[in-house]
Design a binder for this molecule. Structure first.
Ligand SMILES: [Zn+2]
Length: 272
């Protein structure tokens, strides 16, 4: 049972570490950019481009990178790195993993193990990884998402790489999703959860001119939820392609302009 007072734990170190790894992957450090991900993974790309889902395309990309990281360590025979990291996380999130048994060499390094112990460790690590993903995989992915969703420079690049894939899509092949070749249909409505999330992330300010839209200071400013990369340019209706703008910036932006700022509110500069 959950209730409003339940503690929501957040493992900041794991999230920050992987957020930075996802940034590097998006930049192409291991040739796992958006195009390669879509090629290797089984992503319902068009459905997610057409309509906002809470599990966004960015969640799916993070999921892919996160899995690839631990899978690589297992393939390269570093089970102790995997075991030690995953157990720390399971304990932090208060997940009982006794069902898969304790591993007596916990805390050791890979070099410390004899070869039969190493085989045992590999088997345990794979089982632990499966258990971990099933129990808290989604939670960790969401923790990493929390950081990346606030990073506009990253989001712009992620959406730009998606845009290149959208450009390749033809209406004849995907008529239910496309308005014309390379252009996704506008989604019929923007759900309330998405508006609230974007409003919070953008701290109630127009992301183009900085105007306050919280209605604490001005009642006449109306908020808009605008595509960072416009649909006409190959943008998607995935939640990570939305930003908060004011009415006048939204109207003057036009369908083909890709305008975004990365505004910061610095903690010690908050005016009282
Ligand atoms: Zn504005």
């Amino acid at each position: 049972m959950t209730n409003g007072n339940q503690k929501k734990l957040w493992h900041g170190n794991e999230a920050v570490k992987f957020a930075s790894q996802v940034i590097e992957e998006l930049e192409g450090i291991n040739q796992l950019q958006v195009a390669e991900w879509i090629e290797y993974d089984n992503v319902p790309l068009l459905e997610k481009c057409a309509k906002p889902h809470k599990k966004t395309l960015l969640h799916d990309y993070i999921d892919f990178i996160y899995y690839a990281h631990y899978d690589y360590l297992l393939d390269k025979h570093f089970p102790m790195i995997v075991i030690n990291s995953l157990i720390e996380l399971l304990e932090f999130y208060q997940v009982d993993y006794t069902a898969i048994g304790k591993f007596e060499h916990r805390g050791c390094e890979d070099d410390d193990l004899e070869s039969d112990e190493h085989d045992e460790a590999e088997e345990y690590a794979r089982e632990l990884f499966r258990f971990f993903l099933e129990k808290i995989g989604d939670l960790i992915i969401d923790d990493i998402f929390t950081i990346l969703f606030a990073n506009k420079i990253f989001l712009f690049e992620f959406n730009r790489q998606l845009m290149e894939l959208v450009h390749e899509l033809s209406k004849a092949e995907h008529f239910e999703y496309l308005k014309k070749d390379g252009v996704i249909k506008r989604c019929l409505y923007i759900p309330q959860w998405l508006k609230r999330g974007v409003f919070m992330r953008d701290k109630g300010r127009c992301q183009i001119c900085g105007t306050d839209l919280t209605k604490l200071l001005h009642l006449d400013n109306k908020e808009n939820y605008d595509h960072i990369i416009p649909l006409e340019n190959g943008g998607t209706n995935d939640p990570v392609n939305f930003q908060l703008t004011c009415e006048s910036c939204n109207k003057s932006k036009g369908d083909r302009s890709m305008t975004f700022n990365s505004l910061a509110t610095r903690f010690w500069e908050v005016e009282s």
